[in-house]
Design a protein around this ligand. Structure first.
Ligand SMILES: [Zn+2]
Ligand SMILES: [Zn+2]
Length: 246
């Protein structure tokens, strides 16, 4: 499996509109970050986790030529507002695109994209989506994904274990001991939970990564503008050669 970070920015993206901070005015292209999303490629399939408002741009940049499923961590705008753009793949191939989300997130998606699910919508050119509710481990094109509930502020959101070596724990403020053990696939009885306000900072990533050890690695892609690109590389990529940063 190949995993590509399509976007690693915080919810506003970096640079942030109107921000006068040093990072937002940096000339280092690494300080230009689109909203959070991951691309998983395996057995000729392409699965995306979260479609941010930057999805179209990310897909073009990545030369994405197919889309076989979308998985959602939660329903915040920076994770779902690119979903409409998947219609280009549907309109080309005429194969409904499976989407996976927990009940709450799927409810939001159905509300935001009411026209997509509306049988009586009078205009054409819509995506056809095939919704699946996540209520336990599930399989997409032969790959098992294990949902892990974590907290993003006070909001329960989903992280995913997949690929045997990768874990997707999108921005969260704590991991309970049970979720952490499922992430590792071992039961050490120790909890690596650490509180952070909304997103983990670099130090917390290091800490969790160390606790979960190299074979698994707890990946976190929702970076604040204050955390440097080089730190991300140091804390995750060097342990996981299958990762790509476009
Ligand atoms: Zn800034
Ligand atoms: Zn969020």
């Amino acid at each position: 499996m190949r995993l590509t970070f399509l976007g690693t920015g915080t919810s506003t993206g970096v640079p942030t509109l109107g921000c006068r901070c040093e990072v937002c005015h940096s000339t280092d292209p690494h300080d230009n970050r689109t909203r959070p999303s991951l691309l998983l490629e395996y057995t000729g399939r392409a699965v995306v986790i979260d479609t941010s408002p930057d999805f179209r741009h990310q897909a073009l940049r990545q030369g994405l030529d197919r889309l076989d499923a979308v998985v959602f961590t939660h329903d915040h705008a920076d994770h779902i507002l690119g979903l409409d753009d998947v219609r280009s793949f549907y309109l080309r191939d005429r194969i409904p695109i499976p989407i996976y989300a927990d009940e709450r997130t799927m409810g939001s998606i159905r509300r935001v994209y009411k026209y997509i699910f509306d049988q009586d919508y009078p205009y054409g050119g819509l995506a056809k989506l095939d919704p699946h509710i996540i209520d336990g481990p599930f399989e997409i094109w032969g790959e098992k994904l294990i949902p892990l509930q974590v907290f993003h502020g006070n909001l329960p959101v989903l992280g995913f274990r997949f690929g045997g070596v990768f874990n997707r724990l999108q921005h969260h403020s704590g991991v309970d001991g049970g979720a952490a053990r499922r992430a590792r696939g071992v039961d050490s009885g120790r909890s690596p939970a650490r509180a952070a306000p909304l997103s983990l900072d670099g130090g917390a990533v290091t800490e969790l990564g160390g606790e979960a050890e190299a074979a698994v690695g707890l990946l976190h892609t929702h970076r604040t503008r204050a955390s440097s690109r080089s730190h991300q590389r140091n804390t995750t990529c060097k342990r996981s050669p299958g990762l790509r940063w476009p």
